[in-house]
Write a protein that binds this ligand. Structure first.
Ligand SMILES: Nc1ncnc2c1ncn2[C@@H]1O[C@H](COP(=O)(O)OP(=O)(O)OP(=O)(O)O)[C@@H](O)[C@H]1O
Length: 340
């Protein structure tokens, strides 16, 4: 691994990739002005290794051979062999340089890429929740309920955006309303505590639903998160309706806490697989009410805009923005960049 970098710029053409637990998405960025050239989405389970997927999906089907790669991955980046959290692929940047012909490989965290994306998210790719305040050029936060709960900050300082990937999805969440006090004793815990991810994720939807059923003395009728949100949105099952309402409340509560921590006058952005699918529920009063319920800062919270990110490939868009103008971002490359 090179210790000193002459420049933040990676050489074009650049392969950008968003590697999730289930799906991987790739595009090539020809130069700083071109739109990314997309490739078909890949299911990680269909290829034994990431190198194999890049070779077959990208390199074998493109006349443009990328000179560098920027990959966003779900999992901690430590050392030369990077394991993905929810799949068998291992990212080996040194092997990519020797086997796939890259000169330069940068690996970042998937929520860091989501944070890069919200630095310049056009109106058409976001749905406003609550008052239509225009976001300031100020710090932002991204929360993404999906398989887990990803959280990242995007600090604005010295005319630059600094993504702050953290483990904010694992903060504690406590009961607030009388109904919360009936439901919380029935929530599944992790080592004795209710962490945000245990209620604000796919399995979190099931956790809340089962706790609501237990509090009402009923047998649960569903075990799949998508079934619960479908019945909640359709109004056909009252426990599912309450689950969705509580999910919106708890998401608002945690989103508000994150906004306070980062003083996110630039807004809070909801990403992840679930937010886009439950927009009508998030547009109800619960999300914003919980978001703003932060005495003594209720008035301040009322001025902070909240959005659902609707861009179909937000992480790739974030990586593309960074690849075009790395100097606009204070992205740390220490220990995460490999050069030939
Ligand atoms: N309609 C829905 N309502 C509630 N939860 C859903 C719905 N559809 C999917 N989920 C849940 O969302 C989670 C998947 O989230 P997401 O799509 O963000 O995946 P991911 O972890 O980002 O992986 P990848 O990037 O590989 O797609 C699963 O737990 C799934 O059960």
């Amino acid at each position: 691994m090179a210790d000193t970098m002459k420049t933040d710029k990676l050489p074009f053409p650049i392969l950008i990739g968003d590697i999730g637990g289930t799906n991987a998405r790739f595009s090539i960025l020809l130069d700083a002005y071109a739109e990314p050239k997309p490739f078909p989405n890949v299911r990680t389970a269909d290829y034994p290794t990431i190198d194999d997927a890049i070779q077959k999906i990208v390199l074998d089907s493109s006349s443009v051979q990328p000179r560098s790669a920027i990959l966003a991955i779900a999992g901690p980046i430590d050392g030369d062999e990077i394991d993905l959290t929810n799949c068998d692929w291992v990212v080996r940047p040194k092997g990519m340089i020797t086997q796939l012909g890259f000169e330069d490989v940068l690996v970042v965290n998937d929520f860091e890429a989501q944070a890069l994306a919200v630095a310049a998210m056009p109106d058409e790719y976001r749905e406003t929740l609550g008052p239509n305040n225009q976001p300031h050029m100020a710090s932002r936060v991204v929360l993404g309920p999906g398989t887990g709960l990803g959280v990242a900050g995007l600090v604005y300082a010295r005319h630059m955006w600094f993504p702050v990937p953290g483990e904010g999805g694992h903060v504690d969440v406590g009961p607030r309303s009388e109904r919360d006090f009936e439901i919380f004793p029935h929530l599944k815990r992790i080592e004795g505590r209710v962490s945000a991810e245990e209620i604000l994720s796919g399995r979190g939807v099931v956790n809340i639903y089962q706790a609501v059923c237990a509090a009402d003395g009923l047998q649960p009728a569903f075990s799949d998160p998508a079934d619960i949100t479908a019945h909640g949105l359709g109004g056909s099952n009252s426990q599912a309706v309450e689950t969705l309402s509580l999910f919106a409340t708890y998401l608002g509560r945690v989103a508000g806490d994150m906004a306070l921590i980062f003083m996110a006058r630039g807004g809070v952005y909801l990403a992840g697989g679930i937010s886009q699918k439950i927009i009508p529920a998030l547009k109800g009063p619960e999300f914003r009410a919980a978001f703003e319920d932060k005495a003594p800062h209720t008035e301040l919270m009322g001025t902070i805009p909240t959005f659902v990110v609707t861009h179909p490939q937000a992480a790739l868009a974030g990586l593309a923005s960074f690849a075009r103008t790395p100097s606009a971002y204070g992205l740390s490359m220490d220990g995460r960049r490999w050069q030939r």
